[in-house]
Design a protein around this ligand. Structure first.
Ligand code: ACM
Length: 269
């Protein structure tokens, strides 16, 4: 199975230009599943709700979705990309999945980071989508901090975790290697590069997009300086074998009966 990431520099608010650039990159590949960054079309540092509302799009009436559908069909691509999704009165920090036939599915980010909590509504469900070769679980950026997310996606059968990101903390890429090791799944993190400046706000995105094996090995990565499209071949069947040693099957060795605190909203003691 061919999988890849597109690491991008994004211009805040320039949806058409950001989408056009991504589509130009994607026109160079075919027959692959490709992950793009979180909020790749709008940028990240919204000043207020009004600004976010003006850039968010309903999935059924979206320039971004319609352009991504076209390139997915033309190049036989499965795409997973981040965008601000307007739905009823809410805006979600979503990751959209599109297949070459134009099917659209969506994951709405559950674990919002920092100022995202001011403007976005958190999602309420985890999501696994299907390509012909593999089930793909979707997380968005800061979801990495909750190991439960990657675990649940893996238990739902995902062999690959697709991870659109705008990583700013120093540990995301390292933690994602662990998420792969502890679930024996492949991981694809697609991050941004560059600094976004919005008045007194600014953030530098750390690049380092990477594809990881079920053993946590980095199979291919990008630096933090340039935009980069990387596609490699993986044997996704490797993610079906959950053995760490001949005697240790990661899933069979779990003792869920001991983990009830994880699924209850228990207060900290
Ligand atoms: C993040 O979740 N965008 C850090």
């Amino acid at each position: 199975m061919r999988v890849g990431f597109l690491q991008l520099r994004v211009k805040f608010g320039e949806v058409k230009a950001n989408v056009k650039k991504a589509v130009t990159f994607l026109g160079k590949v075919e027959d692959a599943t490709i992950v793009l960054p979180e909020l790749f079309n709008t940028g990240y540092l919204f000043k207020n709700q009004r600004e976010l509302n003006s850039l968010a799009e309903p999935l059924t009436k979206s320039h971004t979705v319609s352009e991504m559908k076209k390139i997915a069909k033309k190049r036989n691509l499965h795409l997973i990309f981040g965008m601000a999704e307007k739905k009823a009165r809410s805006v979600y920090n979503s990751a959209v999945f599109i297949n070459p036939k134009g099917k659209v599915e969506v994951y709405q980010k559950v674990h919002l980071f920092d100022r995202e909590k001011l403007f976005f509504t958190p999602g309420k469900a985890l999501k696994v989508v299907s390509t012909p070769e593999a089930k793909v679980g979707i997380m968005v950026c800061f979801d990495w901090i909750m190991p439960e997310v990657a675990r649940c996606l893996s238990l739902k059968g995902a062999g690959i975790i697709a991870h659109p990101a705008n990583l700013v903390l120093p540990w995301g890429q390292e933690a994602m290697k662990l998420r792969c090791i502890e679930n024996r799944v492949f991981g694809i993190t697609a991050n941004r590069i560059g600094t976004e400046r919005r008045g007194t706000l600014n953030l530098t995105f750390t690049g380092g997009s990477q594809i990881m094996s079920p053993g946590g090995e980095v199979l291919v990565s990008a630096g933090d300086r340039s935009e980069s499209l990387k596609v490699i071949e993986i044997d996704v069947a490797e993610a079906q074998d959950k053995h760490i040693t001949p005697a240790n099957d990661l899933f069979a060795d779990r003792s869920p009966g001991l983990y009830s605190q994880i699924t209850s909203k228990a207060k900290r003691k």
